[in-house]
Design a binder for this molecule. Structure first.
Ligand code: ZN
Length: 433
């Protein structure tokens, strides 16, 4: 209670102070709204539910997970209602990951994207499927190239390190922003692009002005803005035609003949669209369809419009509609993600919001950096990462997520248009009608 009194009476001397207070008050208010016994029950239940989910997934048995998911959902709806204090519970949960985001705004942007993405996916998958890379790629060579790419993309090894783990992730911030990556002998893109993705997250943290370190402003402002950095590094820059020119040469230096005839085929292989059920393995086009499916289903679950007993069927129906082929097993459908078992409702849409923000930032960046492709072709994304540091990263949590993106884009409010244009241009050319 004393914290609340201090926060109520505190006055900000400047813009930075105002931001610190805004973030502290936001967290404090949210923490107070959830009753202690509910927070305890949620912590206990979700750590149990994660184990149940892992077993159910291994056994492909949604029915084994359904009872505990029902319990998690019941508590999350209570938590959402407590946080919302009369407004929309789902939006209150979303606010924990993307402060200030409106569920209806997201819905409108996603509804604009969905038919265009379904059409693009349909057209691409009617074409003969491109083969993935084929071969045995030396693990040391992959790791050496991953480190080189990290450095080229601006990762500061004096304030971080890269290690191998089962899942790629990034953690920490400021002067200690670490990442992990993984090696798959037959698919070096897994390692290389996971690394570039995590480097985007880590560079955001490393790029925040030193003055904000160890303060609430000293971290990425939201999950969505964080994902915009990892995605723009990975996709708009790392999978660009220009950067593929450089990467093709480097991979041949390191691995010898990689079984790809020329640069154009290499670019097409890096950006191949393929059938698959797993979100984390999806390409740039289909990834967002995965997220929208989860967003619509979890919103309906929290609203009480969809029951857990009907969830698997709802998932499979929606998947078949948007992807054009059926789900075979629960582990490649409704049981594939850990999120709901640990109570992460309202988290999924931030993935697509990140892609959408990356689209906006990429459009603004390209307008200001006309020579960027020349640099990327030489393996130098420095102008792009410098632009992102100056316009987004260094500000940390100084402004709201939406305002952070809008300011970087010359005041233009974020929307789905730029991402859709980018995807249509890129994949329309790779998969002509
Ligand atoms: Zn990410």
């Amino acid at each position: 209670p004393r914290l609340g009194e201090w926060l109520a009476s505190a006055e900000a001397p400047d813009e930075g102070g105002a931001a610190q207070l805004r973030l502290l008050r936001h967290d404090h208010e949210r923490a107070l709204r959830v009753p202690g016994d509910l927070a305890t029950a949620l912590a206990r239940l979700t750590s149990h539910a994660q184990g149940v989910w892992a077993e159910a997934r291994a056994a492909d048995d949604f029915a084994a997970f359904a009872p505990v998911l029902r319990d998690v959902l019941r508590l999350k709806r209570e938590e959402g209602a407590a946080l919302a204090a009369g407004s929309d519970p789902y939006e209150a949960l979303l606010d924990g990951f993307e402060p200030g985001a409106r569920a209806d705004d997201l819905q409108a942007m996603f509804d604009e994207m969905r038919p265009a993405l379904v059409a693009l996916r349909q057209r691409a998958l009617e074409a003969p499927e491109r083969a993935p890379l084929c071969g045995d790629f030396d693990a040391d060579g992959q790791m050496r190239l991953a480190r080189e790419l990290a450095e080229r993309f601006g990762y500061d090894f004096s304030r971080g390190r890269i290690d191998k783990a089962v899942h790629p992730f990034s953690s920490g911030g400021g002067d200690d922003a670490r990442i992990t990556t993984r090696i798959s002998a037959e698919d070096p893109f897994n390692c290389l692009y996971s690394t570039i993705h995590e480097v985007g997250h880590a560079c955001y943290e490393q790029g925040i002005d030193k003055a904000w370190h160890l303060s609430p402003v000293g971290h990425g402002v939201s999950m969505g803005v964080h994902e915009s950095q990892s995605r723009i590094y990975e996709n708009q820059l790392g999978r660009s035609r220009a950067f593929c020119h450089f990467l093709y040469g480097r991979m041949r230096d390191i691995f010898g003949d990689i079984g790809v005839a020329d640069e154009d085929s290499f670019y097409a292989t890096v950006n191949r669209l393929h059938r698959g059920h797993i979100r984390t393995e999806a390409d740039e086009v289909q990834y967002n369809l995965h997220v929208m499916l989860r967003f619509d289903l979890e919103r309906a679950l929290i609203a009480g419009d969809l029951q857990v007993d009907d969830l698997e069927a709802a998932w499979n129906d929606r998947f078949a509609t948007d992807f054009g082929y059926p789900v075979g097993r629960a582990s490649e459908g409704v049981l594939q993600d850990v999120h709901w078992s640990v109570g992460l409702f309202g988290y999924f849409p931030t993935y697509s919001l990140g892609n959408l923000y990356a689209g906006c930032l990429h459009e603004a960046m390209r307008a200001e950096l006309p020579g960027l492709d020349g640099d990327l072709a030489k393996g130098d994304p420095g102008a792009a990462t410098g632009w992102l540091r100056e316009n987004v990263q260094r500000h940390g949590g100084l402004r709201t997520p939406r305002e952070t993106i809008a300011r970087a884009c010359g005041g233009k409010a974020p929307g789905a248009g730029p991402l859709l244009d980018y995807l249509e241009d890129k994949f329309g050319a790779l998969y002509p009608a």
